[in-house]
Design a protein. Structure first.
Length: 499
């Protein structure tokens, strides 16, 4: 793009409506990105003028606060053409906006900083080479300008896993990386490996070893500078055959203590070697909590039994299996451990689990020992009603494992169509859910809320929006969210909702 004329503008009359809860912007192919505690909206505006100098297109970028008030804006001259839907990311702490013409295999990248200043414009980037990080296999974890990946190679002898560390070469080109080091796992019996957390000093991984003398679940700590193994901590005690699924973690930067929690299975309940899963109609679920100190020693490990309350249907108890996926692990000022846990259920040993509830559990700290605050597990019937469909291929809110050999991955892999967008406990101790459902056949995305109405929880529809309108929901606070959509050509709407 040869012409890169930049200037700020403010439509004073147009933005007088910002005191309301709705804002409309005169842009097309638009999208929204939450970045650096601000909302950035961007799209194309076509000018129609008798003057050839003004008869062109502009990439418009608006910086808004959480109340949809205009803070700053930017116009960039671009060629007048047919463009695809714009999109963005915030890789390496920049707002990267991607502009692609229809029927073209190249695009332009506009790299913007948090102050709405252009750092660089990169033209004619081949889509096949966009962000070479996408060429890496399996998992990716970023820390500042460093990138860690897990890669594995399978052959007749089994799987060989590698952890690779890359550094960003520079920010003035399409993001490319140079390899710094590679850590090869011991080849024998590694079943899966998962990147957890990185800082300047260390990289943490969750590893499942299947078979052999080292069989069990491990937390590995690698030196982030050298790539050498600093410590391998086994979650299982000596000769213990229980399985410790990964859940979530918290890292205390002062004490360098690593906190971990997840679901625990006995050997009878889950045995990968025997390809056996037997968790149907269990009376309770077991959750573990572990602390690993700066030396890699497991200084605390406790189990907590959570009673499962199963609702009967026509005096019959369904054959249900439950997965506890810990969405958040937080340590509060009193030293209590708070676990926001998403509950998934399958019927008749099906390896596809449906989202059915979110429950907060609290571990009370008393002189270094923890006790589970009285609580149980049960489904939310309103969520099940919202999910009900006759389409067996519907993937809304589903976690699926191809086989028991990779069963542990459902505890940390991304959900294709996430059901729960947000969850909170209100001031009256009611559970409030912000939900999303995609109807692939009709091309509609539904946003709904489960919240108390006259002290009774009800399912309330917020909006049905066509996927072609590129809807997006962004949480801006614990009480508000914004839904954006392309209502019409040159009409992009953002609306604030209270919840």
């Amino acid at each position: 793009m040869k012409n890169k004329i930049l200037y700020l503008f403010i439509f004073l009359g147009y933005f007088n409506s910002l005191s309301s809860q709705t804002l409309e912007l005169p842009i097309s192919n638009a999208s929204t990105q939450l970045f650096s505690n601000s909302i950035f909206c961007f799209g194309i505006k076509n000018n129609v003028s008798t003057s050839p100098m003004n008869n062109g297109s502009k990439l418009c970028i608006y910086k808004l606060n959480m109340k949809l008030q205009l803070m700053d804006s930017l116009l960039i001259n671009v060629q007048k053409d047919d463009y695809l839907q714009l999109y963005s990311d915030t890789l390496h702490n920049y707002l990267n906006i991607y502009l692609q013409k229809k029927n073209k295999n190249t695009l332009a990248i506009f790299r913007i900083n948090s102050k709405l200043k252009i750092e660089v414009v990169i033209d004619n980037v081949d889509i096949a080479h966009l962000n070479t990080i996408s060429d890496f296999e399996t998992e990716v974890l970023r820390y500042q300008n460093q990138v860690y990946t897990i890669k594995y190679v399978s052959d007749t002898a089994g799987k060989q896993f590698y952890v690779n560390k890359y550094n960003l070469k520079n920010m003035y080109n399409n993001f490319e990386y140079e390899k710094i080091w590679q850590f090869p796992f011991e080849r024998k019996n590694i079943n899966t490996a998962h990147l957890i957390f990185a800082n300047k000093l260390n990289l943490f991984l969750y590893v499942n070893v299947l078979g052999g003398t080292k069989s069990g679940q491990w937390i590995l700590k690698l030196n982030a500078v050298t790539g050498k193994l600093s410590k391998a901590t086994k979650l299982n005690d000596k000769n213990e055959t229980n399985f410790y699924q990964f859940g979530n973690y918290s890292f205390d930067t002062l004490s360098q203590t690593f906190h971990l929690a997840g679901q625990k299975f006995t050997e009878t309940q889950f045995n990968q070697t025997k390809n056996s899963l037997s968790i149907t109609n269990q009376a309770f679920a077991c959750v573990y909590y572990s602390q690993i100190d700066s030396t890699g020693e497991q200084i605390l490990k406790q189990d907590f039994k959570i009673p499962i309350i199963e609702q009967k249907i026509a005096n019959k108890k369904p054959s249900s299996n439950y997965v506890f996926r810990i969405n958040k692990l937080e340590i509060d000022k009193e030293g209590f451990v708070n676990l926001e846990t998403d509950i998934f259920k399958s019927i008749n040993s099906n390896l596809c689990f449906n989202y059915c509830n979110t429950i907060n559990y609290k571990l009370i700290n008393t002189d270094g020992q923890f006790a589970l605050e009285k609580n149980t597990m049960q489904i939310n019937l309103l969520i099940e009603t919202y999910l009900t469909t006759q389409d067996n291929l519907d993937m809304n809110g589903k976690l699926c494992a191809d086989s028991l050999n990779c069963f542990e991955t459902i505890y940390y892999k991304n959900i294709i169509f996430p059901k729960k967008l947000n969850f909170k406990i209100d001031e009256l101790n009611n559970s409030v859910y912000l939900l999303q459902k995609t109807d692939v056949k009709k091309g509609i995305i539904n946003y709904s809320l489960i919240s108390p109405v006259n002290k009774i929880s009800k399912l309330q529809k917020i909006e049905d929006i066509l996927k072609t309108e590129n809807p997006l929901l962004i949480g801006v606070s614990n009480n508000q969210f914004i839904i954006s959509k392309q209502m019409a050509i040159a009409s992009y709407q953002l609306k604030i909702y209270n919840w």
